[in-house]
Design a protein around this ligand. Sequence first.
Ligand code: KG4
Ligand code: ZN
Length: 360
Amino acid sequence: MHGPLTVLGIESSCDETAVAILRSENEFDAPEILSSVISSQIAIHREHGGVVPELASRNHSVDLPRVIREACNLAGIKPIDIDVFGATAGPGLVAALLVGNSTAKALALATGRPFVSVNHLEGHLLSPFVRRQGGPIPHLGMVVSGGHTLFVDVRGVGDYRLLGRSLDDAAGEAFDKVGKMLGLPYPGGPEIDKLAAKGNPEAFDFPRALMKEASANVSFSGLKTAVLYTLPKLSASGNPADLPEQTLFDLCASFQRAVVDVLVKKALFALRVSGHDTISVSGGVSCNAELRCALSTACKNEGVNLILPDFDLTTDNAAMIAYVTMLKSRQNLFHSLSDDVDPNLKLTTELNRAKTSTHS
Ligand code: KG4
Ligand code: ZN
């Protein structure tokens, strides 16, 4: 599709109900984000210590019509003015995905406009480029979210080669599990980030797995277990609530330093394998202050370009889903309204080599 294009994207893979509307004049200029509304369910899931899938889908279902209306009002647009509808098709919680995906299909059906199934991971991967002129460039993309840790050779839009991944817990998952062990509210990542700033990162010598291995794979389960085994040694009860405040800060700082050391080393390794000279980082963990700082320093020392997403594009949002919808529309890659969602969708499978539709 050429010329001016307005797209609406819906994200509902986990615990954020999000809708964004983007407009671009042509295929070269960065699109304008006309609206990006995120309705977070964190408060609902927090009392359960993590995301409860059934609560997530029910709340998406209740909230989504309001969020769509708000996104349309902010953009000054009616659904009939939208050229293409897109929605996350996976990976994620199946019933949660179905809410956003089916709603976008219903809007496409009612308006007669095309539909794009979006891979959530592709949304994260390309999110650092949403506001950049010229769009995505070939580079090494590091996706660090609650569900995934991936090092990806990005050769072009839809042309991805997986160079490394976590063999067990994703980086964000490790933050959340350690946060829970330390008695911090869900999600643990932002809490640990805050408390780590007051702690000594060398107070505890936590393991960094696979550092000597010539691969871009990472593993965080040993690190998580090391924190678990350290706790009973620090207070008679083993209860994190009984830890001296400074010890809690030191635990957070030492754990975070171990994660960041691994991610920075493996990102540089994957970069060398890819042959690129640019790294991007995306996903919820890319908000982390120490990770951003350590990557900036390492990339400066190595003469590597670093592209960090704006904070509003790091955790789950629909602007990144609408952005992929826009890029696919420019390539005339649309999907059938009969296409299913896939809770285990991989970054390197079908959607990216999407079925070309005759819709135009
Ligand atoms: O990308 P995202 O919103 O959702 C997934 O697709 O998983 O990522 C959420 C993850 C959670 O694990 C959360 O703890 C983590 O990102 N996170 C952080 C920070 N902010 C969010 N981890 C470390 N430091 C942060 N500041
Ligand atoms: Zn995500």
